[in-house]
Design a binder for this molecule. Structure first.
Ligand code: ADP
Length: 470
């Protein structure tokens, strides 16, 4: 049943119906015109023969008529005009017939055309002749004397067989032309439909496989038309979907892995506390360790929540004076850095740079970068936050004199859970998500983030945000 609803079937039948209708209409008109042309032509010829004969026999139909002579004359004329020729007198009595044996000589002919001709009119008609079993045209022409008196009639009968044969040939030709046109159009539309529906069927098949969970689908793009573009978009969608699911799976595995480490430690600590007698000091140490692990879990969950919030929410942007914003943040962090033996200062552009951002998210970006600078710089080191204007962007740099990042790791630094030195990161309470959050927030603000670093001699983290229109 489905194939009757298919585009291929509908396209082909529509084309066939259209071409059939067009051909029938054309054939009908063409045939009518040709039929009229042939019949008119035939009538003209017969009429001309009639007039010639009438001229010829004028004066011979009155008085003492010589039927034999007239019949010989009719016979000669019949040969020339391919028609039966009869002459009648004023009473419609046949006085000459081209059929000399078994003809109508000396019979009165009652025929409408003859009656009309005796009344002075040329008259013709078409009828079926039983005698010769053919369609015949009759033509009656009055024979007039010089004084215009009607003395008789020339009556011609000619078979239309030849004309109808030609018309039949034309009809057959038109029929075959229609069949041929339908064949060509039918074949053409099947091929055309296949060209269109082939790729759609491939697309349906690929989509079905995707629905079954096989996301790595790829279609061959064979054309630049609408269907080609659809295939292109489909490939893009499939690739992205595949990428997201792979990433999601990896992310879920990474999360489980990250959660497992503190949970295992906590489980061991709890067991030890339960099963072993301990001095109060040792017990306190174990509980502190438990607390640290718990804190790490909470930090991890908070960062994960922050990431998922970032993916979901569209935030309200506010105009922010970056100079003031950075100064406030530095003041807030001053004590923390001093406690860690680090020198925190700023180097800001002379006049205020205004950007549009979500204040809480911008604060998170700077806090994460400052936390890292704090975690990965040894006491006695220096951390500087600078702000400059470059074209239509405000560029913020957080520079530290810390341990730096090996070159081969620089490309992965913004990925979720990536850590250069896992032990050190954990020690500092790092979740491995800080820079991923930074990169996500900056991307949401149509900005860019990048890093420059040399192992052993510090890092420079940059982010650039478009300046608000002045
Ligand atoms: P973490 O919570 O582990 O700090 P981040 O995503 O913030 O996670 O950073 C990823 C990794 O990049 C860190 O584990 C660390 O190895 C490295 N890193 C980040 N900032 C710095 C820095 N300022 N100096 C040296 N290494 C850094």
């Amino acid at each position: 049943m489905a194939r009757f609803y298919s585009i291929r079937f509908r396209l082909t039948t529509s084309f066939l119906v259209i071409i059939l209708a067009v051909m029938v209409i054309i054939s009908f008109f063409l045939y009518s015109i040709l039929e009229r042309y042939y019949i008119d032509n035939f009538t003209d010829n017969l009429e001309r023969s009639g007039f010639l004969a009438a001229d010829f026999v004028a004066g011979q139909l009155t008085g003492q008529v010589n039927s034999v002579r007239l019949s010989v004359l009719a016979e000669n004329m019949s040969r020339q005009s391919q028609a039966r020729v009869l002459f009648t007198d004023q009473q419609a009595l046949v006085i000459g017939d081209s059929i000399r044996v078994g003809g109508l000589l000396n019979q009165v002919l009652e025929h409408n055309d003859i009656t009309a001709a005796l009344g002075g009119n040329v008259s013709s008609s078409i009828s079926y002749s039983e005698r010769i079993e053919q369609t015949v045209m009759h033509m009656a022409v009055p024979v007039k004397e010089e004084n215009n008196q009607i003395t008789g009639v020339v009556f011609l009968s000619a078979s239309l067989e030849e004309v109808y044969r030609t018309l039949n040939d034309i009809r057959r030709f038109l029929f075959f032309a229609t069949v041929l046109a339908m064949g060509v159009v039918g074949g053409g539309s099947v091929a055309l439909a296949r060209r269109f529906t082939g790729p759609i069927e491939e697309l349906t098949f690929a989509a079905r496989r995707m629905a079954e969970g096989k996301l790595d689908q790829h279609l061959e793009v064979r054309s630049g038309d609408e269907i080609g573009r659809l295939a292109e978009q489909f490939n893009l969608m499939a690739k992205r979907l595949d990428y997201y699911t792979t990433n999601l799976k990896k992310f879920a595995a990474d999360v489980a892995h990250e959660v497992r480490t503190p949970l295992t430690t906590m489980s061991l600590l709890t067991k030890a506390l339960k099963e072993h007698e301990m001095e109060p000091d040792q017990q306190r140490e174990f509980i502190d360790d438990l607390d640290n692990e718990l804190e790490r879990l909470v930090a991890l969950v908070n960062d994960l929540l922050e990431l998922s919030r970032l993916e979901k929410n569209q935030v309200e942007l506010e105009e922010i004076n970056l100079n003031n914003f950075i100064n406030d943040l530095i003041t807030d962090n001053q004590y923390r850095f001093a406690a860690a033996g680090l020198d925190l200062n700023s180097d800001l552009e002379g006049h205020a740079l205004i950007i549009k951002a979500a204040p809480l998210q911008l604060r998170q970006v700077l806090s994460n970068l400052l936390d890292n600078a704090l975690n990965y710089t040894d006491p006695g080191g220096k951390v500087t936050v600078s702000l400059t204007r470059e074209d239509a962007e405000a560029v913020v740099k957080v520079e530290d004199s810390g341990c730096g990042i090996p070159e081969e790791d620089l490309t992965y630094i913004f990925e979720r859970f990536f850590r250069v030195d896992k032990a050190r990161s954990r020690e500092g309470g790092g979740t491995g998500l800080g820079l991923a959050i930074v990169s996500e927030i900056i991307a949401k603000h149509n900005g860019r983030v990048w890093v420059e670093s040399e192992e052993g001699s510090g890092s420079r983290f940059y982010f650039a945000l478009p300046l608000a229109e002045e």
